[in-house]
Structures are given as structure tokens and as C-alpha cells.
Design a protein around this ligand. Structure first.
Ligand SMILES: Cc1cc2nc3c(=O)[nH]c(=O)nc-3n(C[C@H](O)[C@H](O)[C@H](O)COP(=O)(O)OP(=O)(O)OC[C@H]3O[C@@H](n4cnc5c(N)ncnc54)[C@H](O)[C@@H]3O)c2cc1C
Length: 378
């Protein structure tokens, strides 16, 4: 592309370029821009919308169901688990405080775990005790009698446990509120622009980007990669694996409504109401090799199982029909801690948020923005 003098100079040069316009990229850019109002900060996003996980998720502001947390305790200490829960709970509070509950459609309706064994409630006291120092109240309660009120099939769903501190957000509103706040603070957005590679020089870092069929080089003092599952194509040494997740939504049904967020099978499956539709997803564990991919797509095996669950025990007899499905891609690693690090003097990264980006994404971005302040070595 032949660029003008202005395009080649002022318009192509930034103090910070953040690659990836998801929750983490927007939080990084926003926190850095607020702290450095005179700096030129830009976000580069390859999609029309952020096209990884941040606009594809289910909108649960959660920190783990009892069966998920007890599985975690098999591989980590109680102290580590408590620290993980604290980072998720306080991280969600940070998102809510930053953007405002009404702006993100936050609903504090509680989360529920469906139990097929009839024994999970036996762990309620143990986890309430463990979480007392953090919440100063009982987090979990046995609400098994409510199974009938929700219309679940009572001979399959044998127990129901409520988590009072869980809530849901409207993911679309959250992304829009983040974008608005970034723009108001002065962050520039380049959408439908794909980063192909970077080069680190003594005085700056260069990014080669593609817009349509055109290739352009941009320059920045620092580059922050917030590309989560897609990071390995740019930073091959990063320790992460992609994990695709699927979501289905039913056609609207007059009078249908479901309040709260719901999990089953160790947190791998989840559902909630959106308007007068049912939204459900997960089930990655049914085909882990097939879902270890950065490609978007619908896995037929998982689709069929989720569809069956709707009729089998979530809304039996309600004749809910699947309207459409979509996928999103997360990133996982050997442990549940995100990667937030400077990989070389001008290049940093924040990635690997697992299925908890709503809870921890804002904080991860804020931490990366702080790391960007430390320019020693440049
Ligand atoms: C189906 C599904 C359901 C989920 N449900 C929940 C939930 O209920 N609660 C919860 O807390 N979390 C949930 N998550 C996880 C959560 O959405 C993620 O942890 C979070 O969105 C990750 O944010 P991110 O900014 O790190 O990554 P992303 O949102 O993936 O952002 C990375 C961005 O980088 C862009 N990018 C990549 N490569 C390039 C390139 N070369 N050039 C330019 N741009 C590039 C991508 O397009 C993408 O927009 C879910 C995820 C999925 C997929």
C-alpha cells in the first residue's frame, strides 16, 4: 500500500500497540491509557468483533462449582485453591466496578450445580468452611427441593446446590461498555486487521499487519500480545493449548424464563436463560482431542449430547428447539494461572485464561498494564 507522509509517521506510530481486542486486550489498553493519558495506545483486532472467546462466551461471573473445586483439590493445596477463588471473585468485582453493573447487565441471581449422584451436598459444609475467610458468609446451600420449581427432571437431577455469590452478565453489553470506555479514554481501534508478525529493533518494535489484501508496517515502543488461544502463531514458545467451546441457543418460547446460572458434570456443562430462550454449552471433555484446535466449528458429537440434555433433564416436555450454535476458542495450560509476562524488552504477553475470562480478564489486563510500566532494559 502506498502511504502518505502522515500515514507513515503519526498515524503508524504508537507508544503501545495491543494485539487482540478481547477482554484482556481492552483491559490492558484501557489501564495503560488511563495511567498515561498522553500516550498513543492502539488495539489491533483481526475480527469485525473480537473473534476469540470474549464475544462468544456464556456470560457466567463464576468461580467454580463444588464438584469442580473438589476435583481441583486433588491436584492443589487448600491455600492455592482459596487464592484461585479469591482472584476469580475479586476479578469479577473489578470488572463490575470498572464498567458498572447496569452497563454490563449484571444479574446477581446466584449459580446452581445440578447433581446426578445425590451426594454432592455432603461437601457443602467443607467448602463453606474453606471459603469463610473470603466471603464471611456461607457460599453454598442445598436447594434440592427447587428442582421441581425449575422444571428439571427429578429422577435424573438428584440434588441442587446454590452458590449465592455467582451472577451473570450480558456479554455483548460488557464488550460494548469496554469498547466505549477505551474509546473515551483515547484508545484507537483497528478492526479487521491481522497481525502477521513482529520485529524488535533497538529503538522500537515493528508489526506487520494485513488489512484486506494490503500489508502495512506499524511501529510502537511496546507491543502487548493479548491473543490468548491464538498466541502460539506469534509467540511459539508459549506454554498453552487451545480449547474450543460450543454454545447453543434455543428458539424463543413465549413464557419461558430461567433465572440464575447452572452447571453440571464438574463445570464442563452449563446453561442459563437469555430472554425467553435457553442458552447452553460446554461438553469439551466429550472430545478433548477434537476440541484442541484454534479453528472455529461445531462438533457434532457434542452438539447432539447438549441437544439431548435439553430434552432429557433440563427442560423435559417443553419442546425447546435449537435455533443456532457457535463456537469460541479458549486457552489452557498445565495449571490454572494465566501467563502475564514480558518476553523480551519491547514485547509482553497476557494469555491462557481458561474458561474464567469474565472473572479474571480485567485483572489480568490491569496487571499487564503495570508490567508495561517497567521499562528497564530498554
Ligand atoms: C464458549 C465459551 C464460553 C465461555 N464461557 C465463559 C463464562 O461463562 N465465564 C467466563 O468467565 N469465561 C467464559 N469463557 C472464557 C472467556 O470468554 C475467555 O477466558 C476470555 O474471553 C479470554 O479473553 P482474551 O481477551 O484473553 O481472549 P480472546 O477473547 O480470545 O481475545 C483474543 C483476541 O485476539 C485476536 N487475535 C488473535 N490473533 C490475532 C492476530 N494475529 N491479529 C489480530 N488479532 C488477533 C482474536 O481475534 C481475539 O479477539 C468462555 C469461552 C468460550 C469459548
Amino acid at each position: 500500500m502506498s502511504l502518505s507522509y502522515w500515514e507513515k509517521s503519526t498515524l503508524s506510530e504508537h507508544d503501545l500497540i495491543v494485539v487482540g481486542g478481547g477482554i484482556v486486550g481492552m483491559s490492558t489498553a484501557l489501564h495503560y491509557q488511563i495511567k498515561h493519558p498522553k500516550s498513543s495506545v492502539a488495539i489491533i483486532e483481526r475480527g469485525l468483533f473480537p473473534s476469540g472467546a470474549s464475544t462468544k462466551n456464556a456470560g457466567f461471573a463464576c468461580f467454580g462449582s463444588i464438584s469442580e473445586l473438589s476435583e481441583d483439590l486433588e491436584s492443589t493445596s487448600q491455600d492455592n485453591l482459596l487464592a484461585l477463588i479469591e482472584s476469580r471473585y475479586k476479578g469479577a468485582l473489578q470488572l463490575r466496578n470498572l464498567l458498572g453493573d447496569s452497563e454490563i447487565g449484571y444479574k446477581p441471581e446466584g449459580g446452581f450445580e445440578l447433581d446426578f449422584t445425590g451426594h454432592t451436598h455432603e461437601q457443602i459444609d467443607r467448602f463453606n468452611e474453606l471459603l469463610k475467610p473470603l466471603f464471611n458468609a456461607d457460599v453454598f446451600s442445598n436447594v434440592t427441593p427447587a428442582i421441581k420449581d425449575f422444571g428439571f427432571r427429578a429422577d435424573k437431577v438428584k440434588g441442587l446446590i446454590k452458590n449465592t455469590f455467582e451472577g451473570s452478565i450480558d456479554t455483548g453489553k460488557m464488550v460494548r461498555a469496554f469498547q466505549r470506555k477505551c474509546a473515551e479514554s483515547g484508545v484507537h481501534f483497528y478492526n479487521q486487521t491481522t497481525v502477521l508478525g513482529y520485529e524488535e529493533l533497538a529503538s522500537s518494535a515493528k508489526l506487520s499487519v494485513q488489512v484486506g489484501i494490503e500489508k502495512v508496517t506499524l511501529a510502537a515502543q511496546q507491543i502487548a500480545f493479548c491473543t490468548n488461544a491464538f498466541s502460539k502463531s506469534l509467540l511459539p514458545d508459549l506454554d498453552l493449548k487451545p480449547g474450543r467451546g460450543m454454545v447453543l441457543v434455543t428458539k424463543p418460547v413465549k413464557g419461558f424464563s430461567l433465572q440464575g446460572t447452572f452447571h453440571y458434570h464438574g463445570g464442563y456443562h452449563y446453561f442459563r436463560g437469555v430472554g425467553n430462550r435457553l442458552l447452553l454449552g460446554g461438553g469439551r471433555q466429550l472430545d478433548l482431542p477434537g476440541e484442541t484446535t484454534t479453528e472455529q466449528g461445531i462438533n457434532d458429537t457434542i452438539f447432539s449430547q447438549l441437544q439431548q440434555d435439553v430434552h432429557d433433564f433440563i427442560a423435559p416436555g417443553k419442546d425447546l428447539e435449537i435455533d443456532y450454535a457457535w463456537s469460541g476458542v479458549m486457552a489452557f495450560g498445565a495449571n490454572k494461572k494465566p501467563i502475564i509476562q514480558r518476553v523480551s524488552p519491547r514485547i509482553s504477553v497476557a494469555a491462557r485464561l481458561g474458561g474464567m475470562g469474565i472473572a479474571i480478564g480485567t485483572r489480568v489486563g490491569a496487571e499487564l498494564a503495570e508490567l508495561l510500566d517497567d521499562l528497564q532494559g530498554i
